[in-house]
Ligand binder design. Structure first.
Ligand code: GTP
Ligand code: SPV
Ligand code: MN
Length: 615
């Protein structure tokens, strides 16, 4: 985006926009929150340097050694503000039914009263940043604009990495407004919730013990208070591109999903596009940037977290990645597991949050090569390899521009997106779920997605390792009634030519053997599963029909050069009827929570599964 300069710090009387609606909203929020200054973000390099310098001055940022990580920074959060807060996240629809049964709900007017109380004067002593942004392409047929107001420079710097933002976006909104097109823009209000009294020193990571992450679906509006952490504070990402966008998608007949998008090319030069929904910290970024271990195959990345998918004129499902950067899990990332992510990060221009800092001004985390003899942990304490505590928080993250990814597919920049050939659903399960299973048809695939289960991870505050249903990996992100969400998925299959829609698969990289170790080596070796998926679509690979769907015939999976015993492979692929029978009451209980809102075809799929397991 070109750097445009103009007056950067203004008062509400001199808002640098001709857009009356945006100017009025900014003035209203300034009146409520009482900031000392208002800064309209341009997105320029100069602005980045100003902001990062001020973050260094407050101790939020530590500049990394420019020789190893140019133009990059380390940040450590308050130890209580490290992940998404699902129990503080609300869908404030007008009717409670429209948020149920998987979301927290409060009536919108009561929530606004409560939060206006929290927001009153909450930006005193601080700068209010106004960030015009667009999720997806500014030249999309209908660009998806937003304006985030935040009192956090950390959030502002991170938003510049994660979304297309700045003056150029604001000018486009104004242009469309002037042309009478009434471009849609989502007001997204964020505050760390820590005003400063005159003379009061700031802290490195301001936040508030009271947190609210609130979506108003009918108004297409977001209010967030008390947290500076990514998913709670970078409001273009989960709040807009998933929770609000899923409501828009329901109303308009498309899909907003928690999915990576990748391009796969075979040795014969045949190209396929794959989207995959795995819950938070279950392998999307790693699969999106996969380096295949099988000769001749290549993967190019398009997106690592969110896919917006629409039926095209050709009847196929076309996907775009609405984001502009990667907000990736640091621990476990290394030259073996994700060499492309490492290469992307090394180009710099990145923010690392809650990782360890080494004495030579570099970052480190568990699983990375070259363990330092000593480091400063994410909590700011001395750390050595003998320490019993982790050096980096399990949900520590790197925030890096997507354009630095050397395997980014050219199609990333195409506002039309790419036509999806296969959708994978996957979770983190020690038992039961085979390495890969192909759905029999669209409804069966929707059943697989609706019953997806996974062990909880550090990406959200709360217990880790607990198996829960996470439908389509969207449990924390569906902005409306989840029963209606399932009906919407069923409807996509009913209203379109299913022959042109993607084929669906269920994968599990995380099954474990009796010794407790992963059965499948994962990472680059997952290319073998992608190859089988593509060969199934093209009618080439053999499969065994089982009660849960089609799994690879042992001979049909390419295991050439793979360091795996026949027994391990058999265990990874096994469909254990007893384990699946034990799953049935859990699925039944899950479906019963939706009452009459669950589409009948999902009960039929359940009955079919039950009958197949019993025969
Ligand atoms: P979010 O950004 O939270 O949505 O996560 P994500 O789905 O992008 O997960 P990511 O790719 O960052 O992986 C999360 C963790 O799982 C990391 O520690 C990875 O090292 C690990 N992981 C990813 N892929 C595999 C795999 O194929 N096998 C195993 N064993 N671990 C994996
Ligand atoms: C996730 O939790 O699924 C993430 C990280 O991708 S966050 O943006 O914080 O939601
Ligand atoms: Mn995610």
């Amino acid at each position: 985006m070109t750097a445009l300069t103009h007056t950067e710090t203004t008062t509400e009387q001199t808002a640098p926009t001709t857009h009356q609606g945006i100017a009025a909203w900014v003035a209203e929020i300034a009146e409520l929150t009482q900031p000392d200054r208002i800064h309209w973000c341009t997105g320029s390099d100069e602005e980045w340097h100003q902001l990062t310098r001020s973050l260094e001055a407050t101790g939020t940022f530590t500049r990394l050694n420019p020789d190893v990580m140019p133009n990059s920074f380390h940040a450590a959060s308050d130890p209580t503000d490290v992940a998404r807060v699902e129990d503080r996240t609300y869908i404030c629809s007008v009717n409670e039914r429209d948020a149920g049964p998987t979301n927290n709900w409060m009536d919108p007017e009561s929530m606004k009263d409560l939060m206006r109380g929290l927001y009153a004067g909450c930006m005193k002593g601080r700068t209010m940043y106004v960030i015009p942004f667009v999720m997806g392409h500014v030249d999309a047929e209908r660009p998806m604009f937003g304006v985030e107001i935040t009192d956090s420079a950390y959030v502002t710097v991170s938003m510049r990495v994660m979304a297309r933002m700045g003056t150029e976006v604001l000018r486009r909104i104004e242009e469309l407004e002037d042309a009478g097109q009434a471009p849609q823009w989502v007001p997204a209000l964020h505050s760390v919730g820590m005003p400063l009294e005159p003379g009061q020193d700031d802290v490195a990571w301001p936040c508030n013990d009271t947190k609210y992450i609130v979506q108003f679906p009918e108004e297409r509006m977001i209010w967030s208070f008390g947290s500076g952490y990514g998913g709670n504070a970078l409001l273009g990402k989960k709040c807009y591109a998933l929770r609000i966008a899923s409501v828009m998608a329901r109303d308009e007949g498309w899909l907003a999903e928690h999915m990576l998008i990748l391009k796969l090319t075979s040795p014969q030069g045949v190209t396929k596009y794959v989207a995959a929904a795995f819950p938070s910290a279950c392998g999307k970024t790693n699969l999106a940037m996969l380096k295949p271990t099988i000769p001749g195959w290549t993967v190019e990345a398009i997106g690592d977290d969110i896919a917006w998918m629409r039926i095209g004129e050709d009847g196929r499902l076309w996907a775009v990645n609405p984001e502009f950067g990667f907000f990736g899990v640091a621990p476990g990332t290394n030259e073996h597991t994700n060499p492309h992510a490492m290469e992307t990060i090394r180009k710099g221009n990145s923010v690392f949050t809650n990782v360890a800092l080494t004495p030579d001004g570099n970052v480190w985390w568990e699983g990375l090569e070259n363990t330092p003899a000593q480091a400063t942990s994410w909590k700011g304490e001395p750390w050595t390899p003998e320490s019993t505590e982790l050096s980096a928080h399990a949900n520590s993250r790197y925030c890096t521009p997507i354009k630095q990814c050397s395997i980014l597919a050219a199609e990333y920049d195409d506002p039309r997106g790419v036509p999806i050939d296969a959708i994978l659903f996957g979770g983190r399960r020690k038992t039961t779920i085979p390495l890969v299973t192909e759905a029999r048809d669209w409804n069966h695939g929707t059943f697989m997605g609706a019953t997806l289960s996974s062990e909880t991870t550090a990406a959200a505050v709360g217990a880790v390792g607990v198996v829960r249903r996470d439908p389509m990996a969207m449990l924390p992100f569906i902005g409306y009634n989840a029963g209606d969400y399932f009906s919407h998925w069923v409807g996509i299959g009913k209203d379109n030519d299913v022959a042109k829609l993607p084929k669906m698969f269920y994968v599990n990289w995380f099954r474990r053997g009796d010794d407790g170790d992963f059965l499948w080596p994962g990472f680059g070796e997952n290319s073998r599963v992608l190859k089988w998926v593509i060969e199934r679509i093209d009618g080439q690979a053999a499969a065994v029909e089982t009660p849960i769907g089609h799994v690879p015939d042992p001979g049909s999976l390419d295991i050439d050069g793979l360091d795996l015993t026949d027994d391990e492979l058999a265990q990874a692929l096994a469909v254990d009827v007893e384990e699946w029978r034990a799953e049935l009451p859990q699925i039944q209980e899950w479906f019963e929570t939706f009452g009459d809102d669950l589409p009948a075809v999902l009960w039929s799929e359940f009955d079919t599964l039950k009958a197949r397991l019993e025969s």
